[in-house]
Design a protein around this ligand. Structure first.
Ligand code: HEM
Length: 422
């Protein structure tokens, strides 16, 4: 891997002062949420591949916009590490900061570094590797059929809430060993949904506590009686993680799997329903669904930004002075559409060289993308098979994106179709 700066980390300068340009833009709000590509274009023109931005509450950070630079940052853990306690801004961050749940250090695989991370990620990878993809496809088909049954007779549905959100969550908690059709599973799915994606009427902190207690119970039960599931495999692993570590990693795994897979399903359905290139094949085209899934990873990637990495020491990157403890936001969507890798102007390829699953030591553990593909593909194909004349219930321009720095997902996806008599 080459140093994009051409100077090497050794050339790091002892940069002083605030790393942020005084008029750095907020990495949220209308422009970011609805037309992020315009914001990235402007930032690239003004600053190059690494742009100063501010997060909610005026907290400074760097947005890494370049494909080469995201690859460089994620490949150099010794320079850009994962433990958020390295952040030089904690004294400026209030306790009720909206991003606190994502960024406060927890003893999970997400924030672990070095040998500890290798061990924890290795255990998760082995537990995910043992998932049988055919059984998972079968489970997802069954879940999809059941969800579609709840609205097929009505001739219309809001697919984000009624389908794309519920399916991956049910699939993942079942993979973790929750029993089918139990009230406990339903409650866990509901509480995790609230804690990850709270609406104004919900209490996400209370929901998170209840979800954590259920996962603690699951781990305790599986200690007594193991089964063919992810939790049992993690418990049985010779590394011997503690129950507390296992609970943290299961919550991480469920959250990491559910939200992006939900957005992958919805963004793919949106593409299929709004783009003429797919319209003719929508009801049967296996190839077409596969192409749409891949195109979304390049152009509307479910996790558009990922926070992040923290500079271990002062350094230079993309012409900017980065200070020890500065936060770098991985601009995954910006990197995928970096004009440097698409000099012809045409963005997107049939390969999977995008950065949508991250890169380096902390990248999405490699069975993760395969399992997400099984879940998303089965969800999209089953819906199109069951409701072959499904169309958008609104004009494409009326679809809006949820306000989120991290996720790229629709607020809602209303559709209509011929009611199915059951
Ligand atoms: C469309 C679906 C998915 C997307 C876009 C996605 C993307 C990502 C990204 C961007 C990261 C951070 C990478 C980095 O820091 O460099 C990540 C981490 C992770 N993902 Fe995924 N993911 C998806 C599905 C899944 C699934 C299905 C699972 C598990 C069944 C999973 C488990 C994880 C875990 C455990 C981590 C933490 C890895 C670590 O810090 O070592 N993901 N994912």
């Amino acid at each position: 891997m080459t140093d994009p700066e051409g100077t090497g980390p050794e050339a790091a300068g002892a940069a002083q002062g605030c790393p942020v340009h005084p008029d750095a833009p907020l990495l949220s709000g209308l422009e970011h949420d609805q037309t992020p590509s315009q914001l990235y274009r402007r930032l690239r023109a003004e600053h190059g591949a690494i742009a100063p931005v501010v997060l909610d509450g005026g907290i400074p950070a760097w947005l890494v916009l370049g494909y080469t630079e995201v690859t460089y940052v994620t490949s150099h853990d010794e320079l850009f590490a994962r433990d958020s306690r390295r952040w030089n801004q904690w004294s400026a961050i209030p306790e009720d900061w909206p991003m606190m749940p994502f960024l406060r250090h927890q003893p999970s695989v997400l924030f672990a570094e070095g040998a500890e991370h290798q061990q924890r990620a290795g255990v998760i990878t082995e537990a995910l590797e043992a998932v049988d993809q055919f059984e998972l496809a079968h489970l997802c088909r069954e879940l999809a059929e059941r969800l579609i049954d709840t609205f097929a007779g009505s001739g219309g549905a809001e697919l984000m809430a009624a389908y794309a959100h519920a399916l991956p969550m049910h699939a993942v908690v079942r993979l973790c060993g929750m029993s089918p059709d139990s009230q406990d599973t339903e409650d866990l799915v509901r509480d995790l949904g609230i804690s990850l994606d709270a609406s104004e009427s919900d209490d996400p902190v209370a929901a998170y506590r209840r979800a954590q207690e259920r996962i603690e119970r699951l781990v305790k039960d599986k200690r007594e009686s193991q089964g063919p599931d992810i939790t049992s495999r993690i418990l049985a692993h010779p590394v011997g993680l503690t129950d507390e570590e296992i609970v943290q990693d299961l919550i991480t795994l469920i959250a990491a799997a559910q939200q992006p897979t939900t957005n992958w399903i919805c963004n793919t359905l949106r593409l299929l329903l709004t783009d003429d290139r797919f319209a003719l094949n929508v009801s049967g085209g296996r190839l077409s669904v596969g192409q749409a899934l891949n195109e979304v990873l390049w152009l509307d990637t479910p996790m558009q930004n990922y926070i992040g990495r923290w500079a271990v020491r002062d350094t230079r990157l993309g012409g900017q002075h980065i200070r020890a403890g500065d936060c770098l936001v991985l601009g995954l969507a910006a990197a995928n559409t970096d004009p440097q890798i698409w000099p012809e102007g045409h963005i997107g390829a049939e390969n999977s060289a995008h950065l949508s699953f991250g890169n380096g030591e902390h990248r999405c553990p490699y069975p993760g993308p395969l399992l997400a593909d099984v879940i998303a593909r089965t969800a999209v194909e089953t819906l199109l098979e069951r409701l072959p004349d499904v169309v958008l219930a609104v004009e494409p321009y009326e679809l809006t994106w949820r306000p989120s720095i991290l996720m790229r997902g629709l607020t809602s996806l209303p559709v209509t179709f011929t009611p199915v008599v059951q």
